[in-house]
Write a protein that binds this ligand. Structure first.
Ligand SMILES: [Cu+2]
Length: 251
């Protein structure tokens, strides 16, 4: 497993490892019962038929109760971890508006910095140039996900978290970064011809480096806009908010 660098991702990894340990323990009991029965009820001689058992109430009860307990334990831990992973803090430290478009990513940092002629800085990737997502450490980061075309999936293995980017749907999640470093991210949903090019890099840095990075972007007109942009081939559609404007439609 990659080293997990978010609080929520650590919960996810613990669940995964715990589930494997529980599954292996269950497997050991099951294999022991199978092999034990084979050995215990083996044919011992040609003239003696082994004991013919039809019902064994304690075993029947064990076979019924034990799986039910297992399902309850697995289910409750899964729900608990899912809830922490999907928990939304109303005041995250940083909000990144992420656009997955055919076939790259655009990262918008609205209202993170005072720019001379706009309120948004962004980085848009191209097929040849994969974008960099810079985040501060020890911060709660919200990712608001947008797609102008097909379903993509935004994920970073080191966060142990990913989520589908569905056109017209308000998908979002938060992670709390715990360590600095450079990590790989990509699209996890086979979305079309150049799906494999939807790679990006994530750099988790100190708060000071993060602010310096935003200031650097803000000084470059190619990375500044009035509002979050869709990017890529859709740069003619600058208003990101319209993409998820589904108020009143199905939830
Ligand atoms: Cu994609």
């Amino acid at each position: 497993m990659p080293e997990i660098v978010t609080k929520q991702g650590q919960d996810n990894l613990d669940l995964w490892q715990g589930a494997w340990i529980a599954a292996l323990a269950t497997g050991a009991v099951t294999w022991a019962l199978i092999l034990g029965a084979v050995w215990y009820f083996r044919r011992r001689s040609d003239d003696e038929v082994p004991v013919q058992t039809r019902y064994n109430l304690p075993v029947e009860i064990f076979y019924t109760i034990f799986p039910i307990i297992m399902v309850i334990v697995f289910f409750s831990h899964t729900v608990r971890v899912q809830n922490t992973m999907l928990e939304i803090d109303p005041h995250p430290d940083v909000t990144v508006k992420v656009v997955g478009q055919k076939w790259q990513w655009t990262f918008n940092y609205p209202d993170s910095v005072d720019t001379p002629d706009g309120t948004n800085v962004y980085v848009a990737g191209t097929g040849d140039d994969r974008p960099l997502l810079v985040l501060p450490v020890d911060s709660t980061i919200e990712f608001d996900l947008y797609s102008p075309d097909v379903i993509h999936d935004f994920g970073v293995p080191a966060f142990a978290m990913r989520m589908d980017v569905v056109p017209g749907r308000d998908n979002k999640f938060q992670v709390t970064t715990t360590e600095t470093g450079t990590f790989a991210g990509k699209c996890f949903e086979l979305c079309g011809a150049y799906h494999s090019r939807m790679l990006f890099d994530v750099k988790v840095v100190s708060q000071a480096d993060y602010e310096a990075y935003l200031a650097e972007l803000a000084a470059d007109p190619d990375h500044v806009s009035e509002a979050p942009v869709v990017g890529g081939a859709y740069s003619e559609t600058p208003v990101l908010e319209d993409l998820n404007n589904t108020e009143g439609e199905d939830e």
